[in-house]
Design a protein around this ligand. Structure first.
Ligand SMILES: [Fe+2]
Ligand SMILES: [Fe+2]
Length: 258
Protein backbone atom coordinates (compact mmCIF):
# COMPACT_ATOMS: atom_id res chain seq x y z
CA UNK A 1 0.00 0.00 0.00
CA UNK A 2 1.29 3.46 -0.82
CA UNK A 3 1.71 5.56 2.35
CA UNK A 4 -0.59 8.55 2.50
CA UNK A 5 1.49 11.69 2.18
CA UNK A 6 0.29 14.87 3.88
CA UNK A 7 -0.93 17.56 1.55
CA UNK A 8 1.74 20.24 1.23
CA UNK A 9 -0.62 22.93 2.42
CA UNK A 10 -1.91 21.02 5.45
CA UNK A 11 -0.44 22.88 8.46
CA UNK A 12 -1.18 20.14 10.96
CA UNK A 13 0.40 17.42 8.88
CA UNK A 14 3.32 19.70 8.14
CA UNK A 15 4.07 20.25 11.79
CA UNK A 16 3.64 16.53 12.39
CA UNK A 17 6.07 15.78 9.59
CA UNK A 18 8.48 18.35 10.98
CA UNK A 19 8.29 16.78 14.44
CA UNK A 20 8.94 13.36 12.95
CA UNK A 21 11.91 14.63 10.99
CA UNK A 22 13.34 16.27 14.12
CA UNK A 23 12.91 13.05 16.07
CA UNK A 24 14.67 11.16 13.30
CA UNK A 25 17.59 13.63 13.28
CA UNK A 26 17.89 13.36 17.06
CA UNK A 27 17.95 9.57 16.93
CA UNK A 28 20.69 9.71 14.29
CA UNK A 29 22.74 12.21 16.27
CA UNK A 30 22.41 10.11 19.45
CA UNK A 31 23.58 7.10 17.47
CA UNK A 32 26.84 8.88 16.73
CA UNK A 33 27.47 9.91 20.34
CA UNK A 34 28.62 8.31 23.55
CA UNK A 35 26.91 9.96 26.53
CA UNK A 36 28.14 8.93 29.94
CA UNK A 37 26.53 9.66 33.30
CA UNK A 38 28.75 11.21 35.94
CA UNK A 39 29.43 9.21 39.06
CA UNK A 40 27.26 11.44 41.20
CA UNK A 41 24.17 10.71 39.06
CA UNK A 42 24.31 7.04 39.88
CA UNK A 43 26.26 6.77 43.15
CA UNK A 44 24.01 4.97 45.60
CA UNK A 45 21.91 3.30 42.94
CA UNK A 46 25.08 1.49 42.15
CA UNK A 47 28.33 0.99 44.02
CA UNK A 48 30.53 3.80 42.70
CA UNK A 49 33.68 1.73 43.17
CA UNK A 50 32.62 -0.84 40.59
CA UNK A 51 33.87 0.12 37.12
CA UNK A 52 31.09 0.88 34.62
CA UNK A 53 30.72 -1.51 31.72
CA UNK A 54 32.12 0.22 28.65
CA UNK A 55 29.53 1.42 26.15
CA UNK A 56 30.16 0.42 22.55
CA UNK A 57 32.02 3.43 21.19
CA UNK A 58 33.36 2.17 17.87
CA UNK A 59 33.15 5.01 15.35
CA UNK A 60 31.44 7.31 17.86
CA UNK A 61 32.34 10.60 19.48
CA UNK A 62 32.12 11.35 23.19
CA UNK A 63 29.74 14.21 23.91
CA UNK A 64 31.70 17.39 24.62
CA UNK A 65 29.04 20.07 24.51
CA UNK A 66 25.32 20.50 24.21
CA UNK A 67 23.27 17.39 24.96
CA UNK A 68 20.92 17.01 21.97
CA UNK A 69 18.20 15.57 24.22
CA UNK A 70 17.89 18.90 26.04
CA UNK A 71 16.52 22.21 24.80
CA UNK A 72 19.32 24.41 23.52
CA UNK A 73 20.38 27.31 25.75
CA UNK A 74 20.89 30.75 24.22
CA UNK A 75 24.47 31.91 23.61
CA UNK A 76 24.32 34.26 26.57
CA UNK A 77 22.04 32.55 29.06
CA UNK A 78 20.28 34.50 31.78
CA UNK A 79 18.95 33.39 35.13
CA UNK A 80 15.48 33.05 33.62
CA UNK A 81 16.84 30.90 30.78
CA UNK A 82 18.08 28.48 33.43
CA UNK A 83 14.68 28.56 35.12
CA UNK A 84 12.91 27.84 31.84
CA UNK A 85 15.30 25.43 30.14
CA UNK A 86 17.20 23.59 32.87
CA UNK A 87 15.51 23.77 36.28
CA UNK A 88 12.81 21.42 37.47
CA UNK A 89 9.39 22.82 38.40
CA UNK A 90 9.88 26.14 40.15
CA UNK A 91 6.39 26.79 41.49
CA UNK A 92 7.58 26.44 45.09
CA UNK A 93 10.20 29.18 44.67
CA UNK A 94 7.80 31.43 42.74
CA UNK A 95 5.17 31.06 45.44
CA UNK A 96 7.72 31.77 48.18
CA UNK A 97 8.82 34.93 46.39
CA UNK A 98 5.24 36.00 45.94
CA UNK A 99 4.52 35.46 49.64
CA UNK A 100 7.64 37.44 50.53
CA UNK A 101 6.37 40.27 48.36
CA UNK A 102 2.95 40.09 49.96
CA UNK A 103 4.57 40.21 53.39
CA UNK A 104 6.39 43.37 52.40
CA UNK A 105 9.95 42.01 52.52
CA UNK A 106 12.72 44.12 50.99
CA UNK A 107 13.22 43.35 47.30
CA UNK A 108 16.57 41.67 47.76
CA UNK A 109 14.96 39.15 50.12
CA UNK A 110 12.20 38.57 47.57
CA UNK A 111 15.03 37.63 45.22
CA UNK A 112 16.53 35.38 47.92
CA UNK A 113 13.17 33.56 48.16
CA UNK A 114 12.91 33.31 44.38
CA UNK A 115 16.22 31.44 44.10
CA UNK A 116 16.55 29.81 47.53
CA UNK A 117 16.01 26.26 46.23
CA UNK A 118 17.79 26.39 42.87
CA UNK A 119 20.20 23.86 44.36
CA UNK A 120 17.33 21.36 44.38
CA UNK A 121 15.68 22.55 41.17
CA UNK A 122 18.85 22.60 39.10
CA UNK A 123 21.80 20.90 40.70
CA UNK A 124 22.05 18.62 43.72
CA UNK A 125 19.58 18.13 46.59
CA UNK A 126 21.99 17.36 49.42
CA UNK A 127 23.22 20.56 51.11
CA UNK A 128 21.10 22.48 48.60
CA UNK A 129 21.26 25.76 50.54
CA UNK A 130 25.04 25.79 50.30
CA UNK A 131 25.01 24.98 46.60
CA UNK A 132 22.40 27.63 45.83
CA UNK A 133 24.30 30.27 47.79
CA UNK A 134 27.50 29.44 45.95
CA UNK A 135 25.76 29.56 42.56
CA UNK A 136 24.40 33.07 43.09
CA UNK A 137 27.13 34.55 45.27
CA UNK A 138 29.03 36.40 42.50
CA UNK A 139 25.83 38.06 41.27
CA UNK A 140 23.92 39.16 44.37
CA UNK A 141 24.32 41.21 47.50
CA UNK A 142 26.40 39.34 50.11
CA UNK A 143 23.42 39.30 52.45
CA UNK A 144 21.26 37.50 49.86
CA UNK A 145 23.78 34.67 49.45
CA UNK A 146 24.18 34.48 53.23
CA UNK A 147 20.43 34.22 53.77
CA UNK A 148 20.17 31.42 51.21
CA UNK A 149 23.15 29.52 52.67
CA UNK A 150 21.79 29.54 56.21
CA UNK A 151 18.20 28.67 55.31
CA UNK A 152 19.65 25.17 54.95
CA UNK A 153 20.25 24.99 58.71
CA UNK A 154 17.55 27.34 60.00
CA UNK A 155 14.78 25.29 58.41
CA UNK A 156 15.41 22.60 61.05
CA UNK A 157 15.11 24.90 64.07
CA UNK A 158 11.90 26.58 65.20
CA UNK A 159 11.92 30.22 66.19
CA UNK A 160 8.36 30.72 67.30
CA UNK A 161 8.89 34.23 68.65
CA UNK A 162 9.61 35.24 65.06
CA UNK A 163 6.80 33.13 63.64
CA UNK A 164 8.67 30.05 62.46
CA UNK A 165 7.51 26.59 63.51
CA UNK A 166 9.33 23.35 62.76
CA UNK A 167 7.72 22.18 59.50
CA UNK A 168 5.14 19.43 59.93
CA UNK A 169 6.30 18.19 56.55
CA UNK A 170 9.75 17.47 57.98
CA UNK A 171 8.26 15.33 60.75
CA UNK A 172 6.48 13.38 58.04
CA UNK A 173 9.50 13.17 55.75
CA UNK A 174 12.25 12.49 58.28
CA UNK A 175 10.37 11.04 61.27
CA UNK A 176 9.71 12.63 64.66
CA UNK A 177 13.14 11.82 66.06
CA UNK A 178 15.26 13.23 63.27
CA UNK A 179 18.25 15.19 64.56
CA UNK A 180 20.26 17.28 62.08
CA UNK A 181 23.96 16.60 61.66
CA UNK A 182 26.39 18.41 63.98
CA UNK A 183 27.54 20.77 61.19
CA UNK A 184 23.93 21.88 60.66
CA UNK A 185 23.44 22.43 64.40
CA UNK A 186 26.68 24.43 64.48
CA UNK A 187 25.59 26.51 61.44
CA UNK A 188 22.30 27.26 63.22
CA UNK A 189 24.13 28.29 66.41
CA UNK A 190 26.45 30.55 64.42
CA UNK A 191 23.60 32.09 62.43
CA UNK A 192 21.46 32.99 65.44
CA UNK A 193 23.98 35.57 66.66
CA UNK A 194 24.76 36.97 63.21
CA UNK A 195 23.62 40.41 62.06
CA UNK A 196 21.83 38.86 59.09
CA UNK A 197 20.03 36.18 61.08
CA UNK A 198 16.60 37.66 60.38
CA UNK A 199 17.24 37.79 56.63
CA UNK A 200 17.81 34.07 56.54
CA UNK A 201 15.01 33.45 59.02
CA UNK A 202 12.66 35.38 56.71
CA UNK A 203 13.58 33.05 53.85
CA UNK A 204 12.48 30.13 56.04
CA UNK A 205 9.29 31.92 57.15
CA UNK A 206 8.27 32.44 53.51
CA UNK A 207 9.43 28.95 52.55
CA UNK A 208 6.03 27.30 52.67
CA UNK A 209 4.61 24.34 50.87
CA UNK A 210 0.91 24.96 51.46
CA UNK A 211 -0.17 27.43 48.80
CA UNK A 212 -3.32 28.80 47.36
CA UNK A 213 -3.77 26.54 44.34
CA UNK A 214 -5.83 29.22 42.61
CA UNK A 215 -2.96 31.67 42.43
CA UNK A 216 -0.73 31.36 39.42
CA UNK A 217 2.65 33.06 39.78
CA UNK A 218 4.78 33.67 36.70
CA UNK A 219 8.52 34.10 36.45
CA UNK A 220 7.95 37.33 34.53
CA UNK A 221 6.33 38.82 37.64
CA UNK A 222 9.88 39.07 39.01
CA UNK A 223 11.64 40.56 36.00
CA UNK A 224 12.12 43.90 37.76
CA UNK A 225 13.27 42.40 41.06
CA UNK A 226 15.82 40.25 39.26
CA UNK A 227 16.85 43.19 37.06
CA UNK A 228 17.58 45.31 40.12
CA UNK A 229 19.20 42.72 42.38
CA UNK A 230 20.83 40.06 40.23
CA UNK A 231 23.93 41.19 38.30
CA UNK A 232 23.38 39.29 35.11
CA UNK A 233 26.83 38.88 33.48
CA UNK A 234 27.13 40.29 29.96
CA UNK A 235 28.80 37.11 28.63
CA UNK A 236 25.97 34.94 29.96
CA UNK A 237 25.71 32.92 33.15
CA UNK A 238 28.31 30.18 33.01
CA UNK A 239 30.47 31.95 30.44
CA UNK A 240 31.67 34.82 32.59
CA UNK A 241 34.56 33.26 34.49
CA UNK A 242 33.09 33.99 37.91
CA UNK A 243 33.91 31.70 40.87
CA UNK A 244 30.67 29.77 40.22
CA UNK A 245 30.50 29.91 36.41
CA UNK A 246 31.67 26.28 36.13
CA UNK A 247 28.63 25.23 38.17
CA UNK A 248 26.26 27.04 35.79
CA UNK A 249 28.05 25.42 32.85
CA UNK A 250 27.57 22.00 34.44
CA UNK A 251 23.83 22.69 34.69
CA UNK A 252 23.82 23.85 31.07
CA UNK A 253 25.88 20.87 29.77
CA UNK A 254 25.27 18.20 32.42
CA UNK A 255 26.53 15.28 30.37
CA UNK A 256 29.76 16.61 28.90
CA UNK A 257 32.41 13.90 29.00
CA UNK A 258 35.13 16.22 30.35
FE1 LIG B 1 15.34 24.87 50.88
FE1 LIG C 1 12.08 25.93 49.92
Amino acid sequence: MTPVRPAADDPIMNSLARAEAAEHDLAEELDRLVIVKSNIYTSGERDPRVPLPRQPDQGKRYLMGHDPRLPKMPDKPTLFDFFRLRFGPSNHMLQSARLAQKNGLPEKLVLACLVHDIGIAGFIRADHGYWAAQLVEPYVDEEVAWAIRYHQALRFFPDESNGYKYPELYTKLFGPNYVPEPYIREAHRFATSHKWYMSSRLVTINDLYAFDPDVQVELDDFTDVVGRHFRQPEEGLGLDNSPSSHMWRTIMWPTRYL
